[in-house]
Each structure stands twice: as structure tokens, then as C-alpha cells.
Design a protein around this ligand. Structure first.
Ligand code: CAA
Length: 384
């Protein structure tokens, strides 16, 4: 089903969300972002404040302790937060779209009552564990197993590159209950942080996104109660894939926010920086770079809003989500690289923020499905 025309005149709730988050980011997030990047400290204080403002449960119904806002409002919030700090944005994006949504969409009423209010208020952080050391793009080749014994499942194996690890209270973990069935043998589980046999392993040392925690998860006869199974046995891969469809719009928004911040910095700098006796923005070489940056960011924004609007309207949006993530992340890498170029030698130093934007942007082409995987998903839909 195609939509004929989407109205991107944001409604008053969405505009209010943008204003509220933008003000919060200017006051609370921007001043901390460089420090977070340097110290590699998880921004717990910011997360707590975001919880108090209702930002940890934006699209979660009020019945379950959330703000009850729509998905586009949530996407706008991610974009705004990423303008200040990409790490804080991914913490929220993973917490919401693959940490909390699994329970909202696939949980039993008891699971919803148990987890959603805490997650939505930010008293608990959510995480998502699909990737393993040898199972990245080929997600269904995962080898972590879950074996049913009485009223528990026994999990064995490990996960890698898990965002929010160590800080999350609950992890949605994909494990195989039947290795012979491939993707159809994967089952999803809600694993509490204090589960016996479960531990958080080594943290990755990354190129950027330093405020976000990325560790290994280890399962050694981890005992997960049967009531913590999410959905039926064998449904886990579909659960994961459908969550990633929404998650990818969020990563697109994160990329957009990083790119927007870099563009604004470059535009301001080009107007101040004088060479050859004039502001460098007077040179067409710089003008064309800025014009391309602005155009690509606007195109990315429209793709992201379109994917979000389709989801809101109950239309299929998997292809559009992949297009948005692909285009926005490529744009973020291009725009942040050009921003460093406009800043010249200064741009390559830590004195300015553009080098951080460039390092943070790169990961958006990789996680929640590499851009090569997005192209595979798009092509799959084209062939249907
Ligand atoms: N929604 C619902 N079901 C879906 C689906 C979707 N979007 N996509 C696939 N499925 C279903 C299929 O219909 C199929 O079921 P049936 O046989 O019953 O039809 C089943 O899942 C298997 O599908 P495929 O045969 O297409 O599976 P595949 O093994 O070929 O994999 C893939 C497809 C697209 C390559 C997938 O493996 C993939 O997305 N890989 C990338 C993994 C990824 O994005 N990882 C991100 C990790 S999370 C993260 O990064 C978070 C973070 O920290 C920021």
C-alpha cells in the first residue's frame, strides 16, 4: 500500500516535544557532551533527568507509565538529543525501540506490568542482545542456546557489542531453542540483570560514541524463568527483525541529529573565519559544500519522517525504514567529514566539536544493520 502524500506539518504536540527537548539539550546535554566523549563515562545523570521529563517513555502508553506521545514525536526527540550528544541519543534509542518496545508489543500483560512502568520512567534501562562474535549481519546464525529444563530455560553462550550493557536492568536476548531450525528456532527472552549465570563481560574501546556502554554478555547456565520467555518458542527472529524495522528509523534520526549539529557548526564557522581578507563563506567552494550539506540533511529528514509517518498510519514501513537509515547515516558521514574540512586544521583538533561528530557519525552506517544489509532489505522489497 502506498501513501499518497504525508503531512509533515508537525502538530502542536510534536512541535512542543521538539521545543522541550531542544531546550533540555541546550541546557543539560550540550555542556556535557565533550566531557562524556573524553571521560567515556555513561551519562547516568542525564538519563535520570530524561526520566523525570518523561523522555525515557515517549511512545509508551500512559497506562504503563509512559508519556503516551506518538512515534514521530519520539523520532524528533532522538534527532534533537543527537544534535547535542550522539551517545545519549543511542542510549535512548536502544532503550526505547529495542529495549522497551519488545515488551509493549510482544509481552504478556504480566510482563508489561512488571517492566514497562520502570522502563518508561527511566528507573530501569532496556537493552537488546542479538549480535554475537560470529553472528553480525548474518543474525540468524547465532549460537547462544536456551534449553528448557522444568520451569526455567538454561542459556549458554555470549553476545557482543551490546549497547547499554552493564547499565540495563533488563535485556531482550535472542537465543536458539532449536539449532536445526535456523531463524525459526530463535526465541526471545527477558533476562534480568541479576539472573544467576548471567554476567557482563569486557567493554569495547571504540572510535567514538564514547558515552555509550558497549560490552559483551556472558551466559553460563544462566537460569531464566519460563515466564520470562517473550512470545512463543521460534518467534524470536521475527520479533527481532520487526523491532529493528522501527529501531532503524531511530538510528536514522540519530544520524540526522549528528549531521545537523556538524552543519550548523560549519555554517557558523564559515561566516566567522576570514582568509584572503574575507569570510570564507564568500567562496563558492565553501558555499557549494554547505548547500549540499543542507540539501542532503533535508532529504534525510523527509525520508525519516516519511518512514515514521507510515508506521504511525499503520502502513508497511520496513523498506522506508531501511532507506531512511541508509541515506541518513551516509549523509551524516559525508556532512561531518565536510564540516571538518571547512574547519580546516582546527577541525582536526579537539578544540572544536566537529571531529567528535565525525567519529560518532561513522557507527550509524554500521549498527542496527550495516548499510549493505539495508540495501539487501530494500532490494528484497523491490523484488516482491
Ligand atoms: N519483520 C518480520 N519478520 C521478518 C522481517 C521483518 N522485518 N524480516 C525477516 N523476517 C522473517 C522472514 O519473513 C522469515 O520468516 P518466514 O520464513 O516465516 O517468512 C524469517 O524472518 C527469516 O528471514 P530471512 O530469511 O530474510 O532471514 P536471513 O537470515 O536471510 O536474514 C537479514 C535477513 C535482513 C540479513 C537479517 O539477518 C538482518 O537484518 N541482519 C542484520 C542484523 C542487524 O540489524 N543487527 C543489529 C543488531 S542490534 C543493534 O545494532 C542495536 C544497537 O546497539 C544500536
Amino acid at each position: 500500500k502506498e501513501m499518497d502524500g504525508v503531512d509533515f506539518n508537525l502538530n502542536s504536540d510534536q512541535l512542543m516535544m521538539r521545543k522541550m527537548v531542544r531546550d533540555f539539550v541546550e541546557e543539560e546535554i550540550v555542556p556535557l557532551a565533550s566531557v562524556t566523549d573524553e571521560t567515556h563515562e555513561f551519562p547516568l545523570a542525564s538519563i535520570q533527568k530524561m526520566g523525570e521529563l518523561g523522555l525515557m517513555g515517549i511512545p509508551i502508553p500512559e497506562d504503563y507509565g509512559g508519556a503516551g506521545a506518538d512515534f514521530l514525536s519520539y523520532i524528533i526527540a532522538i534527532e534533537e538529543i543527537a544534535r547535542g550528544c550522539a551517545s545519549t541519543a543511542v542510549i535512548l534509542a536502544v532503550h526505547t525501540s529495542v529495549g522497551t518496545f519488545p515488551i509493549l508489543y510482544f509481552g504478556t500483560e504480566a510482563q508489561k506490568r512488571r517492566y514497562l512502568p520502570k522502563l518508561a520512567r527511566g528507573e530501569m534501562i532496556g537493552a537488546f542482545a542479538l549480535t554475537e562474535a560470529n553472528s553480525g549481519s548474518d543474525a540468524s546464525s547465532l549460537v547462544t542456546t536456551a534449553e528448557k529444563r522444568g520451569d526455567h530455560y538454561v542459556l549458554n553462550g555470549s553476545k557482543r557489542f551490546i549497547t547499554n550493557s552493564g547499565y540495563a536492568g533488563v535485556y531482550t536476548v535472542m537465543a536458539s531453542t532449536d539449532r536445526s531450525k535456523g531463524p525459526h528456532g530463535v526465541t526471545a527472552f527477558l533476562v534480568d540483570k541479576d539472573t544467576p549465570g548471567f554476567s557482563v563481560g569486557k567493554a569495547e574501546k571504540k572510535m567514538g560514541l564514547n558515552g555509550s556502554a558497549t560490552c559483551e554478555l556472558i551466559f553460563e547456565d544462566a537460569l531464566v524463568p519460563v515466564e520470562n520467555r517473550l512470545g512463543a518458542e521460534g518467534q524470536g527472529f521475527k520479533v527481532a527483525m520487526s523491532l529493528l524495522d522501527g529501531g532503524r528509523i531511530g538510528i536514522g534520526a540519530q544520524a540526522l541529529g549528528i549531521g545537523q549539529a556538524a552543519f550548523e557548526a560549519a555554517l557558523a564557522y564559515a561566516q566567522e573565519r576570514v582568509q584572503f581578507k574575507q569570510a570564507i563563506i564568500n567562496f563558492q567552494g565553501i558555499q557549494f559544500m554547505l548547500a549540499d550539506m543542507a540539501t542532503q540533511l533535508e532529504a534525510a529528514r523527509l525520508l525519516i519522517y516519511q518512514a515514521a509517518a507510515r508506521r504511525l498510519a499503520g502502513l508497511p514501513y520496513s523498506k522506508e525504514a531501511s532507506m531512511a537509515k541508509l541515506f541518513a547515516s551516509d549523509t551524516a558521514v559525508k556532512v561531518t567529514t565536510d564540516a571538518v574540512q571547512i574547519f580546516g586544521g582546527y577541525g582536526y583538533t579537539k578544540e572544536y566539536k566537529v571531529e567528535r561528530y565525525m567519529r560518532d557519525a561513522k557507527i550509524t552506517q554500521i549498527y542496527e544493520g550495516t548499510n549493505q544489509i539495508q540495501r539487501m532489505v530494500i532490494a528484497k522489497h523491490l523484488r516482491k
